[in-house]
Design a protein around this ligand. Structure first.
Ligand SMILES: *Cc1c(COP(=O)(O)O)cnc(C)c1O
Length: 368
């Protein structure tokens, strides 16, 4: 096959950082690509295709309704638009119509994150206006309640490693509070792995990214209550058009979800097993220490955490992370804690061969 890296003069990237949007998300498996090809090469009535694949996914996951969108961001914006317009065509066609003041979206301040773009901007694309509840490190149900009024269109809960992980309300209580006030509750679970538990807590809609845990094409999934999903679908006449999803992605994601729903995920122990030879090699180098650690946000993901002893190595973890990205093989590691002297290796999208390359390059860098 033609070498794409050479042809377009782009770096050959090894993704040991996780499902990062800036690197293209996931490695899409061969069988999912085949379904994308079937989608690309045939015609469908798109509305029908979206309705039927939505029903198929809903039955796979045993939920009320499902709808494929172009990205989790597109899903968030259209869910917000559904709450802001409440099915009124006048507002669907002009989501920022000044007459409509029913657009306050309450979320905890610790959830008002930047996931590559501010979620506040994504919400405003859908006509919403963010109203923060609580403070950066603490938000109670009372704080949320204090921000609810007659202009509140929805409550949004962001379940993510990007968020403040403590001092935030329990999701179940947050949802119950919204429903006490008859206000819909939307959950952004873009990078989460569990397709059932958040909706089961009673949310109106839960949004996932197609290219993160689901390992599908660039796309998004909204699951939720049928009436709510019907309102989301109506946005295709409005803002939905600038974020439409292609038929190849619809078929690719549907198949990826079917596969995902029946998969047997690797246990934490099996994941650690895969890292053991890598960790042994790193631990043989003075100044480096590798061990298996579970995902900081509690997901069932094991990573290798490498600590760099700056005294011995005369080089910081930040410097190593930077050097890994240089040269012919551009290696992206998980660097959220590099300022504490630790980088993590996420192997979900790394082959065994690539894992060895990563090991060799780290050792080569620290040895000079
Ligand atoms: C990745 C992410 C998104 C956006 O997902 P896309 O599919 O890239 O639009 C939204 N929210 C959170 C919390 C994310 O992690």
């Amino acid at each position: 096959m033609e070498n794409i890296y050479q042809k377009y003069h782009v770096h050959h990237v090894i993704n040991a950082s996780g499902k990062m949007t800036i690197l293209g998300g996931s490695r899409v498996k061969e069988d999912v690509c085949q379904h994308m090809m079937m989608g690309a090469q045939q015609f469908f009535e798109i509305k029908d295709l979206l309705d039927q694949t939505g029903q198929f996914i809903a039955s796979c996951l045993d939920v009320e309704a499902a709808y494929i969108v172009n990205s989790a961001s597109g899903g968030i914006a259209q869910c917000i638009a559904a709450c802001v317009s409440q099915g009124k065509l006048k507002y669907i066609l002009d989501i920022h119509h000044p007459e409509n003041v029913h657009r306050d979206i309450v979320l905890c301040k610790g959830h008002n994150v930047d996931y590559g773009t501010p979620i506040e901007l994504t919400i405003s694309v859908g006509g919403g206006h963010v109203v923060e509840a609580g403070y950066a490190n603490t938000c109670t149900l009372e704080h949320v309640k204090a921000k609810i009024n007659e202009n509140t269109a929805a409550l949004v809960y962001v379940k993510s490693h990007h968020c403040v992980q403590k001092g935030m309300p329990d999701m179940k209580d947050f949802i119950a509070l919204g429903h006490d006030y008859h206000i819909p509750v939307i959950i952004d679970a873009a990078a989460e792995e569990d397709l059932k538990k958040y909706l089961a807590l009673g949310a109106d809609a839960v949004i996932y990214s197609g290219t993160k845990a689901l390992e599908g094409p660039t796309s998004g999934l909204v699951i939720g209550k049928k009436d709510f999903i019907d309102l989301v679908k109506k946005q295709s006449q409005g803002i939905g058009r600038v974020m439409k999803v292609g038929k190849e992605s619809i078929l690719g994601l549907t198949y990826a979800i079917e596969k995902y729903a029946s998969r047997k995920p690797l246990t934490l122990q099996e994941q650690s097993q895969r890292l053991s030879h890598f960790n042994d090699q790193i631990n043989a180098v003075s100044g480096l220490k590798a061990r298996c650690v579970q995902d900081g946000a509690g997901r069932a993901i094991m990573r290798s955490e490498i600590s760099f002893d700056e005294g011995i190595l005369s080089m910081s973890a930040l410097e190593v992370a930077k050097r890994l990205k240089e040269g012919d093989l551009c290696i992206y590691t998980r660097d959220y804690r590099a300022n504490e002297g630790k980088i993590e290796i996420d192997v979900r999208d790394v082959t065994d061969e690539e894992l060895q390359w990563i090991c060799d390059k780290i050792i080569q860098i620290v040895r000079g």
